[in-house]
Design a protein around this ligand. Structure first.
Ligand code: PEP
Length: 253
């Protein structure tokens, strides 16, 4: 059984005052029937992690450098994130692939650094609208999986997030059929490469305009083990219903 995961990506949003959202999440979801993660900007990682120390909510980073330390102005290493209290890191988000020209190979090296530092690597894959319209979605996702996931991946150190670029921050959501097709494909690829045990243990998240209104429908899709949520993770009032929908899927009564 894969434990469900609700992960929030705050992107370049959040100031100290917004730590009240973290406190509210902690208060509302201790004992949650799913793993919970918020990835705030670097500036808030240590403070957020301190607030969550005695709670179920985990804190992660949004990127890391492949090396542990050195002359890389403006970068942060996986070890620094771990030192600040993070337990996970998002890697290869489409905004970083686009804004920072990140390649699959670079993401692979970052994932290895995350493993080294004991962080859970959430490796993002996803096609552009042009790639979907050209019917090359599965080919693109397959290439991203092969080149960006290290051989040392396991269910304990790796999560894969399928995030169609055209659905991120646009209000457009992939249909359950589209999500199911890609998630089933990712699962099969992981089983082929890593064997059934590891392939079945890696959690697969969907990301792209997940909201309280569509969460239950998405979580019911096969091989969806949770969500990577951007905009709707910024406010507890939006993220909490998504967490509850995931818990309901994990533990139907
Ligand atoms: C994301 O940033 O990973 C994301 C899925 O954003 P949104 O939920 O806002 O589409």
């Amino acid at each position: 059984m894969r434990r469900k995961l609700a992960a929030g990506n705050w992107k370049m949003n959040g100031r100290y005052a917004d730590l009240t959202q973290i406190e509210a999440l902690c208060a509302a979801h201790d004992g949650a029937e799913a793993d919970l993660l918020i990835c705030p900007p670097y500036t808030l990682v240590a403070a957020a992690a301190a607030l969550c120390a005695d709670h179920a909510l985990n804190i992660g980073g949004q990127d890391c450098h492949p090396e542990a330390a050195g002359a890389h102005t403006g970068d942060v290493s996986a070890e620094m994130l771990q030192d600040a209290g993070a337990s996970a890191v998002i890697l290869g988000h489409s905004e970083r692939r686009a804004d920072h020209a990140e390649t699959n190979e670079r993401i692979h090296d970052k994932a290895r650094a995350a493993y080294q530092a004991g962080l859970l690597a959430i490796i993002c894959v996803g096609e552009s609208l042009a790639e979907r319209e050209a019917h090359s979605t599965l080919e693109i996702i397959g290439a991203q999986l092969s080149a960006s996931i290290p051989d040392a991946a396991t269910g304990e150190n790796t999560v894969v997030a399928y995030e169609p670029c055209w659905a991120i921050g646009t209000g457009l959501t992939a249909t359950p059929d589209q999500i199911g097709e890609v998630h089933d494909f990712i699962r099969a690829r992981l089983e082929d490469r890593f064997g059934d045990r590891v392939g079945q243990s890696v959690r697969l998240l969907y990301g792209g305009s997940v909201k309280p209104e569509n969460a239950a429908e998405i979580f019911a899709v096969s091989n969806v083990d949770g969500a990577l949520v951007g905009g709707a993770s910024l406010k507890t009032n939006d993220f909490s219903p998504i967490i509850r929908a995931l818990e309901a899927e994990a533990n139907p009564s």
